[in-house]
Design a binder for this molecule. Structure first.
Ligand SMILES: [Zn+2]
Length: 145
C-alpha cells in the first residue's frame, strides 16, 4: 500500500485521503459523497482555492471571465482535458471578474491564463488558450501524462 493522497473535494472542500491505487475508481467524498475526482472542471473562488491548493494531485487553473470570447471558446477544450486527465490532474476554473482579489494575487495580466500548481506552488503558466493536443503536450512536459 502506498501513502494515500490528500485530495480536497471540489464540491464541499472537505479533505479526503485516497489510496493511489483507488484514484481510478471514481472515489467519493467522505463528507458529501460527491465525486472527488469528477473528470470535469470545477469552480474555484478565493476560499476554495486555498483549500484546493493543498491537494496532492496537480491543479490546473483556467482563469477566465464571462466577457472574454477566447475564454468561452476554450471552455470545451478545458472540459475535454479534464475528462482525459481524470485521476491524474485536477482542473479548476477561476472567474477573474468574480474573484478580482485572487486574480490580482496571481498576477493575471491577460485571460485566458492557465496556471499549473503542484504541491501548492505554481510550476508553470501559459497565457492564452491552447488546442487540446498542445495543452496535453504542455502538461506532459510538466510531468503529467
Ligand atoms: Zn465533499
Amino acid at each position: 500500500m502506498s501513502e494515500p493522497l490528500l485530495i480536497p473535494c471540489p464540491a464541499c472542500n472537505g479533505l479526503n485521503r485516497i489510496p493511489t491505487e483507488r484514484l481510478a475508481d471514481a472515489p467519493r467524498c467522505g463528507r458529501c459523497k460527491s465525486a472527488v475526482l469528477p473528470g470535469t472542471p470545477f469552480e474555484l473562488n478565493q476560499a476554495s482555492f486555498a483549500v484546493q491548493l493543498r491537494g496532492d494531485l496537480p491543479l490546473l487553473v483556467d482563469v477566465w471571465a464571462d466577457w472574454c470570447g477566447p475564454c468561452k471558446a476554450f471552455a470545451p477544450t478545458f472540459q475535454q482535458a479534464a475528462s482525459q486527465l481524470q485521476g491524474r490532474c485536477r482542473l479548476g476554473k477561476l472567474d477573474s471578474e468574480a474573484n478580482p482579489q485572487l486574480a490580482g494575487q496571481l498576477g493575471i495580466r491577460s485571460i485566458p491564463s492557465l496556471i499549473l500548481f503542484r504541491g501548492g506552488v505554481e510550476v508553470a503558466r501559459q497565457a492564452g488558450a491552447l488546442p487540446l493536443p498542445q495543452l496535453l503536450a504542455w502538461l506532459r512536459s510538466q510531468g503529467i501524462a
